[in-house]
Design a protein around this ligand. Structure first.
Ligand SMILES: NC(=O)c1ccc[n+]([C@@H]2O[C@H](COP(=O)([O-])OP(=O)(O)OC[C@H]3O[C@@H](n4cnc5c(N)ncnc54)[C@H](OP(=O)(O)O)[C@@H]3O)[C@@H](O)[C@H]2O)c1
Length: 286
């Protein structure tokens, strides 16, 4: 049997992709969903890490509702900053490396060039603030850490933009999609693959980890429809302001995977290429 891993947040989008990739890679995986262990509960997290004796703890558990966080900033902070620190400390105590996830929302999106890892965070909302604080606290609590900043993920299971697009277009429903903000939609499977490579390596630090290239969610939805042979006439292109969401979002938070590239670990594809391969898995019913 291979090395051991604990995956916290195992029922989420990233958590599921990690569990699949780890199992395929021959790791001994202990998937831990929120019902089994709340990451705010230090004793519970320490017990999981002690009992599983992992080489790596993957923390994919997080408060991820960007809009609701505006009304619940304390809860977002309790999970994404306090909880993340609890996990990092428990991993360190158990002698394990921690692989933790952060977000492009730590930036305000006003910079014209893509963000590198050394650019200072300037979050626009409560979610981004809680995640930026989580990054600092994880790095301080666990010397052996890899923090991956991801963004605009899609894939199997969890909250999933392409499957919502497909379902609503098939049902002939109107789809109002942002045609303004610049994003790099990223297939979660590629994030999982890079996560495993970092987990198995001695490398530590902060890593931007998003697909190459950029688009808008509206163009992504149209491309998705084309890949799946669905009509795109019901896609209504709106501005960010037109969606009137509670949380402000960065206008263009494009990340440069500089740190991964320097290690030869930037295995992320161009977003269109990854979408084509993802759509092929959907068509094949995988
Ligand atoms: N998806 C994206 O586009 C995206 C973009 C940028 C960054 N990220 C980051 O990637 C990581 C994984 O996100 P995701 O997309 O997989 O989110 P997700 O699908 O919402 O999964 C997060 C998981 O964490 C669980 N959770 C929430 N609070 C918890 C707690 N206190 N204790 C234990 N588990 C808890 C959730 O359970 P419940 O469902 O029961 O609440 C859920 O299963 C997060 O750090 C997120 O900030 C994701």
């Amino acid at each position: 049997m291979g090395a051991g891993a604990v995956v916290l947040g195992a029922a989420g989008l990233v958590g599921r992709a990690l569990c699949d990739a780890l199992a395929e890679g021959g790791w001994r995986v202990v998937p831990v969903a929120r019902e089994l262990c709340d990451i705010r509960d230090g004793a519970a997290v320490r017990a999981v890490c002690r009992d599983a004796r992992p080489e790596v703890v993957f923390n994919a558990a997080a408060y991820t509702n960007v809009d609701r966080a505006e009304a619940e900033p304390d809860l977002a902070r309790a999970v994404n900053a306090d909880g993340a620190e609890v996990v990092a400390a428990a991993a360190a105590e158990a002698g394990a490396k921690i692989v933790h996830y952060s977000t492009d929302f730590v930036f305000d999106g006003e910079q014209e060039r893509p963000y590198v890892e050394t650019d200072p965070p300037a979050p626009l909302g409560a979610y981004g603030r809680s995640k930026a604080e989580g990054d600092r606290r994880v790095a301080a609590a666990a010397p052996r850490h890899a923090i991956l900043r991801v963004g605009c993920l899609y894939g199997r299971g969890g909250r999933n933009f392409p499957s919502t697009v497909a379902r609503r277009l098939e049902a002939g429903e109107l789809l109002r999609v942002d045609a303004e903000r610049r994003v790099s939609p990223t297939w979660v499977r590629e994030v999982a693959d890079v996560s495993l490579a970092l987990a198995a390596s001695p490398h530590r630090g902060l890593f931007h980890c998003t697909a190459r290239g950029e688009t808008t969610w509206a163009d992504f939805a149209a491309r998705m429809a084309a890949e799946l042979g669905l009509p795109d006439a019901r896609i209504q292109r709106v501005s960010d302001a037109g969606l009137a969401l509670p949380a402000r979002r960065p206008r263009r938070a494009i990340l440069d995977n500089q740190a991964l590239r320097r290690l030869g670990l930037d295995r992320l594809s161009d977003w269109e290429d990854a979408l084509r391969r993802y759509a092929a898995t959907i068509r094949a019913g995988q």
